[in-house]
Design a protein around this ligand. Sequence first.
Ligand code: ATP
Ligand code: MG
Length: 137
Amino acid sequence: MEKTLSIIKPDAVKKNVIGKIIDRFESNGLRVAAIKKIQLSRADAEAFYAVHKERPFFGELVEFMISGPVVVSVLEGENAVAKNRELMGATDPKEAAPGTIRADFAESIDANAVHGSDSLENAEKEIAFFFAQREIL
Ligand code: ATP
Ligand code: MG
């Protein structure tokens, strides 16, 4: 069993498709172990995406992530990290496989509906960034 961190980004929250996205997880062997809706501060977004701070799109990425509330969750299941990435689809929705979350709900590489941890090591760090141990059940 693995745990991974998912974020439903501001574009998808604005589109009112939180439930449809969570259904993709639950229908594909992932269980919601923790969940909350929050407004990220600029400091939160900069810290969360610190690995990308030298990239040309960092400023836009931070602006986008604080443009409205997000839904952060911990998903648990067999191979949860890879399974979530598979359900999400490619970073650029134009390249995302049909039937993936980004193909179905995302507009652009900036507004791409969801985030998912890219490794078990990052999943542990990202889960600890958002949740206390007693919130993960
Ligand atoms: P995420 O980390 O959000 O799950 P990802 O792992 O698929 O997405 P990363 O390479 O980690 O992709 O990039 C983080 C985020 O930065 C992407 O989700 C996207 O919104 C944005 N991003 C990545 N590449 C570009 C780009 N070339 N132009 C604009 N935005 C980009
Ligand atoms: Mg990433």
